[in-house]
Design a protein around this ligand. Sequence first.
Ligand code: CA
Length: 213
Amino acid sequence: MMKYMTLLLGVAFLTGCCCTEHTLPVGDKSSYKIAVGTEFVSAGLIEKTWKTDPKADGTWPMPKPVDTSMYKDATDGVKGVITASTAGAVEKEGVTCLFDNDKNTKYCTPNATPWIQYQFPDGVKPSIVAYAFRTANDATERDPKEWVLQGSNDGKAWTDIDAQKGVEFISRFELKLFKLKAAVSYQYYRLVVKANHGGEHFQLSEIELFVNK
Ligand SMILES: [Ca+2]
């Protein structure tokens, strides 16, 4: 009976989205990417100057702070329509959690490669100059690794705005910024996730679509 209970608990732990930091075995080098209880911000450019490499001893350097005070999140104070390819793993982890400016809420979905869409109201086409992702509280294997950001004015014909591959997030609640080479203006923005870091789920706590102040 005890063995059965242990198995049940193990399955619940592996399939849920609410587990804590203890998802990686001791000694696994990827566990160095976790910085429990600390918030870091890393700089990002579309030219990939944000990319960091592990140090000689296998540990990861902490991300450098970046200033986002020149930007305003275009989704703040706007009643856009937020949709995704896949519902959240549980009701409280739905896709709207990505745009609530609360790092402690997250979109966590049992799909490694979902798409996420933000539709601004009719007549609103903000001039986006950068975007940012903030990782969630746990489970580095659910972080985005490869994606395409697209724009549209009818929700049908899409234009690629930016594509990233091999992105590593160093810490939990980390904000990574991606500056566009040129501003773009669309009513619809869609993030198409192409790969995560190996988990069965995908998750983020926040997405920001930045305009200049
Ligand atoms: Ca959130």
